[in-house]
Design a binder for this molecule. Structure first.
Ligand code: ADP
Length: 528
């Protein structure tokens, strides 16, 4: 199985959509689990409350019969006034309070108490003038009312949901329905019991005479509810995941489209078309930045390759001419008509051609080295004033020979510079050389040194032929020569060297020129 088959799955847009959905699904499942646990606990709590209150009602029916209402409202034993309790206990020593009711007649409250002593059940009441009444009850006579209550409650809760049982003191059983087959356990209070794989929540209340009231509810409804909720949740999750997958993929696709465009273009550039650029579509700031950076890099690469091609062509051209001349001379010599002096002359000419080719190659190498030597300059502090003065003296003779006036302007205060002295000498010499070369006799060349703010300025101004605006940038490229100067000596490397030296010193070159009027080259060294 090849890796290509998994290409789709390893794409960023698939991974982004996948992880987004996986995270969403995992958090939804966790949330659903927590909610269903809470719902299950809550349903159990409601079931317990229901069973307890049902058993309480049954107990009251068993103790008081069907006339519960005539006793008033059921109250807890703590709400019964102390005198009534004391009278109850004095009247029936050893009695245990089981239930209490309160009724109101005019402004007076009357309390009816039910209590057991041994297996006997008594009703007690404190009448007017604190006269105590009591009577022995026979709760077994209330069984028909209890049965009736069983039937009523069964109807309201549903016979497939709840069951009620009453165990008489002698152990015989009366049950509301047959929801549960077995007799179950005998734990008093609330418990969960399992029978034939079914769970029941059961409440048992043991009474004073040994009888037991039991109410139970099948927990199947909890399971059924949870299963129903789970189905609804799964359907909801599946739908959301389906839409989420499509939406997530589309969003991720939109976000990564820019990256794909960049990589497509990079591939096509690698195939050879250097002019290609990526279109900026303003999708996202990061993608825009990537596109901008990529385009800038491509632009640089294209310029470099173009420049390299031009330079290679120019070198080939500049070497071909002397080589052709050398070949011509060698052919003449090989023809056999040349005497010894002719051979000597030919050898001298060949040596000169070789020298000029070597100069060209050396100059090329030096420019390249200077361009990459920004951190390897031989920086020393020297007097720039002195350097300019000496340059003026050195070129004075050449200027005179050409009938040009060379003027040097140096400020009184000495100017020092930390730089590569030899390279600065070369820079000044190249500029002066050009100024003298492109200025006609009777013209003027000014060499000046000055300070402006904290920067140091060297300017070479001439009254020569000037430079056309369209050539202003190109003259600094290797081998570039303006049309008008092609007949003059030179190889088009002088200003490329000036530019390389300036760049290595982080200096700027400004050119002001108008054709026919002259030019001014100003080199500006920034403050250190
Ligand atoms: P080269 O002087 O060997 O031709 P450069 O690199 O020094 O090469 O100069 C490139 C071209 O710029 C020159 O050929 C010339 O056309 C133009 N140039 C340079 N300096 C001047 C100047 N002072 N006045 C007019 N043109 C100039």
């Amino acid at each position: 199985m090849s890796w290509n088959k998994f290409r789709f799955f390893s794409k960023l847009r698939f991974k982004a959509a996948f992880w987004y959905l996986a995270l969403f699904a995992a958090s939804s499942v966790l949330l659903f689990y927590l909610i269903s646990r809470y719902v299950a606990t809550d349903m159990l709590r409601i079931t317990d409350w229901l069973l307890e209150s049902t058993v309480r009602d049954f107990t009251a029916s068993y103790l008081t019969g069907k006339n519960t209402a005539r006793y008033g409202r059921a109250i807890s034993s703590s709400d019964v006034p102390k005198p009534d309790i004391s009278a109850f206990q004095a009247h029936l020593p050893g009695v245990e309070l089981l239930a209490a009711y309160r009724s109101q007649l005019g402004a007076n409250f009357y309390y009816t108490l039910f209590g057991s002593r041994g297996k006997e059940l008594y009703e007690f009441r404190l009448g007017e003038n604190d006269i105590a009444y009591s009577r022995l009850l026979h709760p077994e006579q209330n069984l028909p009312f209890l049965r009736k209550e069983f039937a009523d409650k069964l109807q309201s809760f549903g016979s497939d949901n709840v069951y009620f049982r009453f165990y008489t003191p002698d152990g015989s059983l009366f049950e509301s329905n047959e929801l549960r087959k077995g007799s179950g356990g005998s734990n008093p209070g609330l418990s969960t019991e399992t029978e034939n794989g079914r769970e029941y929540r059961v409440m048992r209340q043991a009474l004073f005479d040994g009888s037991v009231i039991e109410a139970g509810r099948s927990l199947r409804f909890v399971e059924e509810r949870l299963t129903m909720y789970t189905h609804i949740f799964l359907m909801f999750l599946a739908t959301v995941l389906m839409f989420g997958a499509v939406a997530g993929y589309l969003i991720a696709w939109k976000l990564t489209a820019g990256i794909e465009r960049v990589s497509d273009t990079a591939r096509r550039i690698a195939d050879g078309d250097l002019s290609l650029r990526v279109k900026l579509k303003h999708e996202a700031v990061e993608v825009d930045q990537l596109v901008d950076a990529f385009n800038a890099m491509s632009e640089n690469n294209e310029n470099l390759v173009t420049e390299l091609r031009t330079v290679t062509d120019d070198i080939a051209h500049d070497l071909r001419t002397p080589l052709t001349r050398m070949r011509g001379q060698a052919e003449i010599a090989a023809a056999g008509d040349t005497d010894l002096d002719g051979f000597r002359e030919m050898c001298g000419a060949v040596a000169e051609e070789c020298d000029s080719m070597m100069r060209l190659i050396n100059e090329m190498l030096e420019i390249t080295r200077t361009e990459s030597s920004i951190n390897r300059l031989l920086r020393v502090e020297f007097s720039l004033t002195e350097l300019i003065r000496q340059a003026g003296m050195l070129f004075c003779e050449l200027a005179e020979d050409r009938g040009i006036k060379l003027e040097v302007a140096i400020p009184e205060q000495e100017i020092l510079l930390r730089a590569d002295k030899v390279k600065i000498q070369r820079l000044v010499a190249n500029l002066l050389d050009n100024a003298l070369k492109f200025t006609l006799p009777n013209g003027v060349v000014y060499l000046s040194l000055a300070k402006r703010d904290d920067s140091t300025l060297i300017a070479v101004r001439d009254s020569g032929c000037g430079i056309a605006p369209e050539d202003a940038e190109r003259i600094f490229k290797r081998f570039y020569r303006c049309d008008a100067s092609r007949t003059l000596p030179g190889n088009g490397l002088g200003l490329a060297m000036v530019q390389a030296i300036a760049n290595a010193h982080r200096a700027k070159i400004e050119l002001e020129s108008s054709p026919g009027e002259g030019s001014c080259f100003t080199v500006i060294f920034p403050p250190e």
